[in-house]
Design a protein around this ligand. Sequence first.
Ligand SMILES: *[C@@H]1O[C@H](CO)[C@@H](O)[C@H](O)[C@H]1NC(C)=O
Ligand SMILES: *[C@@H]1O[C@H](CO)[C@@H](O)[C@H](O)[C@H]1NC(C)=O
Ligand SMILES: *[C@@H]1O[C@H](CO)[C@@H](O)[C@H](O)[C@H]1NC(C)=O
Ligand SMILES: *[C@@H]1O[C@H](CO)[C@@H](O)[C@H](O)[C@H]1NC(C)=O
Ligand SMILES: *[C@@H]1O[C@H](CO)[C@@H](O)[C@H](O)[C@H]1NC(C)=O
Ligand SMILES: *[C@@H]1O[C@H](CO)[C@@H](O)[C@H](O)[C@H]1NC(C)=O
Ligand SMILES: *[C@@H]1O[C@H](CO)[C@@H](O)[C@H](O)[C@H]1NC(C)=O
Length: 432
Amino acid sequence: MVLLIIYVGVVVCMEMNSRGTPGGEYVTPGTIYFEASGYYRRKSLSSLPKTWWKLHTDGDPLWNRLQLPVDRYFSPILSPNNTKKGFKNDTFLESPLTQSFSDVVNSNGTSRNFTELPEQIKEFVRHMHRRDYRTVHQPSGVCGAGAQDQKENTLLLLAIKTTELNFKNRQAIRQAWGQVGWVAGQNSSGGYVRRVFLIGKEDPIELGVNISELLELENKHYGDILQWNFKDTFFNLTLKDVLFWSWFSRYCHRTQFVFKGDDDVFVNTANIVTYLQDQLKRPNARKTLKDFMVGDVIAAALPDRSIKSKYFIPESFYKGNYPAYAGGGGVVYSGLLAKRLHRMSKRVHLFPIDDVYVGMCMIRLNAYPIHHPAFLTFDFPGKEEEELCAYHKILLVHKRSPAQIVRLTADIKKTQAQCRDVPLRDGVKKGK
Ligand SMILES: *[C@@H]1O[C@H](CO)[C@@H](O)[C@H](O)[C@H]1NC(C)=O
Ligand SMILES: *[C@@H]1O[C@H](CO)[C@@H](O)[C@H](O)[C@H]1NC(C)=O
Ligand SMILES: *[C@@H]1O[C@H](CO)[C@@H](O)[C@H](O)[C@H]1NC(C)=O
Ligand SMILES: *[C@@H]1O[C@H](CO)[C@@H](O)[C@H](O)[C@H]1NC(C)=O
Ligand SMILES: *[C@@H]1O[C@H](CO)[C@@H](O)[C@H](O)[C@H]1NC(C)=O
Ligand SMILES: *[C@@H]1O[C@H](CO)[C@@H](O)[C@H](O)[C@H]1NC(C)=O
Ligand SMILES: *[C@@H]1O[C@H](CO)[C@@H](O)[C@H](O)[C@H]1NC(C)=O
């Protein structure tokens, strides 16, 4: 068994070796790096970093070692010219990532330590330099399902992460909160909504059946499938964000906002539309739109170190706090930001946890997600759900089954008159 693991490790390292392409020399092996490291105390932006400058050496975890030379390369202080150059030239952008990958992975210490990583992380590392997955299915021509002629004025694109097998979830979303068309009125208080599902591939051999044709039929019927040719696993979810940004930048020129979420959430789409229209009417909207992201923000989280967790990240892979990030159950951001994230993603090595990866790109854009207590990614607190207008006060709640999603949509219609004009929940408990 041990021999087998070592063998696999060696083979993988050799494979990585052969894939590394030579690029410009920008890092000398054995150099000692410096990096500012800090943390944000929960609900406080003014805390001082604990360590101002930290010495980095070869003993650092894999991801940190991979990213550090790239961050240095694009640092506006250390190399002001690269920062501008990089954003203009796409082919140039990818090479620092490739370069640091081959430098780090080929160094002696890494191949030795690689074999000690858990299997799921190893599988991630083996493929983390790849992003050029083929698009299997995509909506025809327009930015997701919706009328062809509404392309110009889409307020919101719903981009939902799902899997080939979750047909039921997609059907529920299509007839419930994911309906395309005008929402909350066909005028300046409402907005046009489109939809797209983000899907990877099941392995037909593991599954015992090839279901490719089903998805093709589904896309012919609904035109809302965006599928890529990579294996749909938890640690590959980041690819959906990265490849979605790329697709969005190409096909969704005039889409103002994106909702990105999971297929097991209930969304109050009308509230999101109203909330976004309100944001657009604010005096500084134009200035702030390029940074706009709102959701359930988790600040200064530490990597999960319990080996049984699906979020497990060993210390040998990543050290440090995570940047502030919006919980991936559902998050809303501007189309402008989606395009900036697309460009920034070419300067950040893939990370196995998708929400955290988005946070890593955000912090490098000097953009911070806004927290809104109407995103309930950990469900309603206490008995709040039992209140008559509970679902009228929220933007999103996790998690709900397909049957619940359909029922909730009907319930909301029934209570519409009674609950008209209730404000969004603000998280402040009454009577306190
Ligand atoms: C490999 O692991 C050893 C012991 O865990 C550590 O001392 C060393 O710094 C690590 N090397 C690298 C390159 O991570
Ligand atoms: C950066 O670019 C400017 C003008 O294009 C040039 O004068 C300068 O020498 C460059 N700096 C470096 C460090 O390459
Ligand atoms: C982009 O960078 C590559 C590699 O440095 C170079 O070969 C190519 O000519 C550049 N393209 C443009 C449009 O500047
Ligand atoms: C890697 O290890 C080999 C054999 O132990 C040694 O000859 C070589 O110089 C080492 N390379 C580096 C970059 O440390
Ligand atoms: C927009 O239309 C809705 C119904 O379609 C109506 O209730 C609302 O008053 C209208 N708002 C404006 C600003 O015209
Ligand atoms: C699965 O079916 C599709 C469509 O018929 C076909 O193109 C593809 O090659 C099949 N895949 C496998 C692994 O058999
Ligand atoms: C991600 O997808 C690739 C391509 O299908 C696959 O080879 C790899 O095993 C997947 N990675 C993980 C961590 O599952």
